[in-house]
Write a protein of this length. Sequence first.
Length: 405
Amino acid sequence: MKPLILTIFLFSLTLCSAQEELVKVHNVYFDKDEYTILSKSKENTLSFIGSIKSLSIIKVEVVGHTDSDGTIAYNEMLSEKRARAVKTLLLQNGLKEPVIKSMHKGEVKPVAKNSTAEGQQLNRRVEIKVFYKVTPKPKIEKPKVVKKRNECEGDTLIELENGTLVKINTCAFLKNPDCANIEEFTNASSLADGGVSTRSEDGDILISGGMLRFDICEGVKVIAYMPYRENCMGDGMSLWDVTEDGAWRERDEPLELTEINGRRYYPIALSGSGFINIDKLPVRRLNKIKFKSKQGVRLQTVSLYCDCPMWGTSQEHKNRWRKKVVLRTTCCVDPLVSIVAKDEDGNLITITNRKLSEFEPANFLGNCRTDVRNSWWFFKIWNKSMYKKYKIRPRDFNLKEENRD
């Protein structure tokens, strides 16, 4: 499973001093029992480092974590190694030793349940917190709030990296800027990195308008505004909660659009900790896609993730020879593919976040149609995206990305 790397940008529009202390948070996720940063993780982390070099940095906290597998002593050591690897990368790319504080917590600070593979993936992480100061620009418009005796009363607006707005009480935010920890899942890459699926309890593939994993301080309530993507979502969306087995269950409450500064959003009330999704069942019929491995490859799982419409699904092998995986999906122009398999020597090999178009189809009878390319009267030629069957060969795997459990 590819590490999930998400960055949350927090900014407060409330000006209570000459300078504001802000925080950028970057989470680096690891494979089980691993502390070596994978190539894609390294690229994203280097991009994050580049984005903070021009900031007036006060301090940088690097905290290593693990899931609950293994002994407490082993997990303490593993989390320390993960934190050390990330700190070394920061130092190699221009950050100074005095501002970096490295810590390790082992398994004692989980952000999700360790009873599921998804929860364990979220817990295998190194959290980078960059504290910095900025001088507010003059003539910044303040939020329109009712003036009260206490200057910190009212609401502060927070904007996440991918456009989600979060409204929180100003006093609660000033007291603890980390009181609303929220991660967005808004595209195929974030779904793939987190290993998140969009299947209902009945196994149906859901079209998602975005997901939020949140951890809100006790007694604090926030409103999250999820951006409306007309081309990728449409009407008929509703709220869904994740179940213990990683599926989604629909809530029995209405979901309505609201407008802020000319843009439309879905408002969602958040409190406590959890995972929430804006979903709907697809209008089009589901398509059956088969992956069949050739000699020397035994499939474990195959996962597909799509941007627009956004969905994610994963399926294990269905026969004892581990040569075939069949998925039911909705249409997508070019989804991302992740594959876990074993070679003929029993070594675990992976393919992570590769476009489906890069694989060799077993036949060219495509059954997933997107938009109309040409039309003459009643005769139409459709653009096709996914074919019925794909071949998986040993050469498709990058053996440098082996996972060792």
